[in-house]
Design a binder for this molecule. Sequence first.
Ligand SMILES: NC(=O)C1=CN([C@@H]2O[C@H](COP(=O)(O)OP(=O)(O)OC[C@H]3O[C@@H](n4cnc5c(N)ncnc54)[C@H](OP(=O)(O)O)[C@@H]3O)[C@@H](O)[C@H]2O)C=CC1
Ligand SMILES: O=C(O)C1=N[C@H](C(=O)O)C[C@H](O)C1
Length: 249
Amino acid sequence: MNALFHAGISGARGRMGRAVSQVLDARKDVVVAARFDRGELPDLSLCDVVIDFSTPKASVELAERCAQAGGPALVIGSTGLSPEEEARIEAAAEKVAIVRSGNFSLGVNILIGLVEHAAQRLDARDWDIEVLESHHRKKVDAPSGTALMLGEAAASGRNVELEDVRAAPRNGVGEPRAEGEIGFAALRAGGIVGEHTVLFASDDEVLTLSHSAIDRSLFAKGAVAAAAWVRNRRPGLYDMQDVLGFRQA
Ligand SMILES: NC(=O)C1=CN([C@@H]2O[C@H](COP(=O)(O)OP(=O)(O)OC[C@H]3O[C@@H](n4cnc5c(N)ncnc54)[C@H](OP(=O)(O)O)[C@@H]3O)[C@@H](O)[C@H]2O)C=CC1
Ligand SMILES: O=C(O)C1=N[C@H](C(=O)O)C[C@H](O)C1
C-alpha cells in the first residue's frame, strides 16, 4: 500500500468538492483531515495537501495562507482567474508546492499536445483556429480554463502569445476574421459536464480535435493523483503535464 497522507478539501460542498470527497473516501491511503467552504477557517496544519475547487478569490487566499505557513501543498482547480490572481498564485508557489490546472483529465492533457502539434504544422495564412466549449448552466467563467489552455497550446504551436492573437468576443456587425487570430466560443446549457473542440479550418478542409468529459469524477480522480504527486514536492508551480510526466526536465 502507498504511504498514508492527510488531505483537505476546499470547496467541499460544491460539485467538485463532493466528487473529490467520494474519490478520497474510497482510498485506503488517504485520511480526509479537513473539509471546508466559504467562511470556514480550518486547521491546515492537519493536512499534507489541500485540493481546492472553489473560486478564484478563495484559491488565491488559500495559496497565500499556505505559502505563509510553509504548507500544506496545494492542488488548485478553480478557473476564471485574472492575470493578477495568477501572479499571486505564482508568488505563493515560491514558498509552497502547487499543482494548478484548468483540467485534470488525461484526455485533455493529451489533447493539449495534439493541438500544439497541429498548430505548428498548419500555416496561419491558410488555417483558422477556433476553440469551442460547452458546459452546464451553473458555470460562471468563460471561456473555460480548458479552452484557454487549448488556446495557449495553439498559440505556442504557432510561436505567438495567445494574448496577441486572441479574437475579441464576436457580436453584431464587425470586421472579417483577421489572419492568425484564435477565437473562442462558449455555450452554457443543462448539465453538460465539459465539451471542448479545437477547430482548424482552411478553404478546403476542416480538422476537429475534441474531448468530452462524461462524469466529473474524472476531474476528481486526476486532482487526487496530483495531490499524491505534489504532497512531498519542493515549492514550485506545477501542472498536470508535470504530474503525468509529459514535460521533459
Ligand atoms: N480544473 C478542473 O479540472 C475543473 C475545474 N473546475 C472549476 O472548479 C471551480 C469549482 O467548480 P464547482 O465545484 O462546479 O463549483 P461550485 O460552485 O459547485 O463549488 C464551489 C464551492 O466553493 C465554495 N467556496 C466559496 N468560497 C470559498 C472559500 N473562501 N473557501 C472555501 N470554499 C469556498 C462554495 O461555497 P458557497 O456555495 O457557500 O459559496 C462552493 O461550495 C470552478 O472554478 C470550476 O470552473 C470544475 C471542474 C473541473
Ligand atoms: O466548471 C466546470 O464544470 C469545469 N471547469 C473546467 C474548465 O473551466 O475548463 C474544467 C471542466 O471543463 C469542467
